[in-house]
Design a protein. Structure first.
Length: 424
């Protein structure tokens, strides 16, 4: 249960931060954000503010932003014969349309729709109070709301506040904003991790950090700040080199070349045997040295993000050389398994995992695949080069194909993860 809660919190935070990026820049560009949802599934709470309906939904798995004019925005077109309830203002202009059987408007006018246009001409015509002898037509206010069949009340979407109505540059910014937010979240998280850890690990140095009490290293006289330049005569330039060499000698005596105050001494000790990933390895109880400066802690957020970015792109590039391998991907099962391990190791490790997943999700979203943010950005670039709007129908087909491919990949990755982590 603890792992499940942590998993939901991590995944939810990453998705909400991502969606908030789209939300914020859509608002800035003048695009109507009809709904900002935290969670998925059935609606629990809803509150309208400044043209947007904010909803809290039952399933705590991320959220979404619903922008006017996009393929995932529900069509407000009211079919002829649809029974609705209208609310009019003092100028006989429609301010509210209730198309839901779940909501009752006490002051509304029963109305059967004959025709309507809620995007361009902004009108609704039909028969009032069951009187089919007189066709009435009412203008619809630009900022009117419609209560959809689900019971959610959102603002109607006139064409001037739709996504496609803003400039290409603003649309590109909206599309990339989610990825940008995930990078920012990752960077800030890694900076926080560096502060909580008391500094940044200097894995590129052969200097020792903390010496564990009653450890093999302490009993042998090793001290924080010592440099181990060789293990059994093999040179060690980094802490990783030191660890790799010592790991090879569980319960076997070794000789360390130790530099302290510009003097080199030889220290003999026997690493303690322990089990790691099913194998016996030698350990002596030393930690990596850390850089405690403010600059190191702040820059770590950027340097570690860059390291993840380059490593991930290298892995993706390698697939074109060595072939496609599902083991290079990780889906929800892999995320859950990593969360389980991180939960056992404490809060700092959980934060580090959140930063890692945020950056990884940002990179994957940048791939030029239809349905992903990178694919949408590619379509924007093609549109800018052509200086012509893409055919909405063709763009919809491309996006649908992208969704189908992504869905198949998710299924394949999830099954592969399940076999890797749970089927021995």
């Amino acid at each position: 249960m603890e792992t499940l809660i942590v998993f939901v919190l991590i995944f939810g935070a990453i998705v909400i931060v991502h969606e908030f990026g789209h939300f914020y820049f859509a608002k800035r560009a003048g695009v109507l954000v009809r709904e900002f949802s935290i969670g998925m599934g059935p609606k629990l709470l809803a509150k309208r503010y400044n043209g947007t309906t904010y909803t809290l939904r039952l399933l705590p798995i991320g959220g979404y932003v619903r922008m006017a004019g996009l393929q995932d925005d529900e069509d407000d077109e009211l079919q002829p014969g649809t029974p609705v309830t209208l609310t009019l203002d003092a100028n006989q202009e429609v301010t509210r349309i209730n198309a839901s059987q779940k909501v009752l408007l006490n002051d509304g006018i029963p109305f059967e729709v004959a025709q309507s246009d809620l995007q361009q001409e902004l009108y609704i015509s039909g028969y009032e109070n069951g009187d089919e002898d007189q066709l009435k037509r009412y203008p619809v206010n630009h900022d009117a709301t419609i209560i959809e069949k689900s019971g959610t009340e959102v603002q109607i979407a006139p064409v001037d506040v739709q996504f496609q109505s803003v400039s290409i540059l603003r649309r590109m910014m909206i599309n990339i904003a989610g990825v940008m937010n995930n990078f920012i979240l990752g960077i800030l998280t890694f900076i926080l991790v560096a502060f909580l850890a008391g500094g940044v690990a200097r894995s590129d140095s052969n200097q020792l950090g903390t010496i564990q009490p009653d450890s093999v290293a302490q009993k042998a006289g090793l001290k924080s700040g010592d440099q181990i330049t060789a293990v059994n005569g093999k040179k060690t330039a980094t802490f990783i080199d030191i660890a790799q060499e010592i790991n090879q000698y569980p319960n076997k005596q070794i000789k360390l070349s130790v530099v302290r105050a510009d003097k080199t001494d030889t220290v003999k000790l026997t690493p303690k045997a322990t089990t790691s990933n099913g194998e016996k390895v030698g350990v002596i109880g030393v930690a990596v040295a850390r850089n405690h400066s403010l600059k190191a802690k702040v820059t770590y957020g950027f340097s570690y993000t860059w390291q993840i970015l380059t490593n991930t792109l290298s892995t993706i590039g390698g697939m074109f050389v060595h072939g496609f391998n599902l083991n290079n991907f990780g889906g929800p099962v892999a995320m859950y398994s990593m969360t389980s391990q991180a939960t056992k190791m404490g809060f700092t490790t959980i934060l580090n995992l959140m930063g890692l997943l945020s950056i990884s999700i940002a990179i994957m979203n940048l791939l030029p695949i239809p349905a992903l943010d990178g694919g949408k950005l590619l379509l924007n670039i093609i549109e800018a080069i052509r200086r012509k709007l893409l055919d909405p129908e063709k763009e919809g087909i491309i996006t649908l194909v992208g969704f189908a491919l992504m869905f198949l990949l998710i299924i394949a990755v999830t099954w592969n993860d399940f076999q890797r982590f749970f089927i021995k």
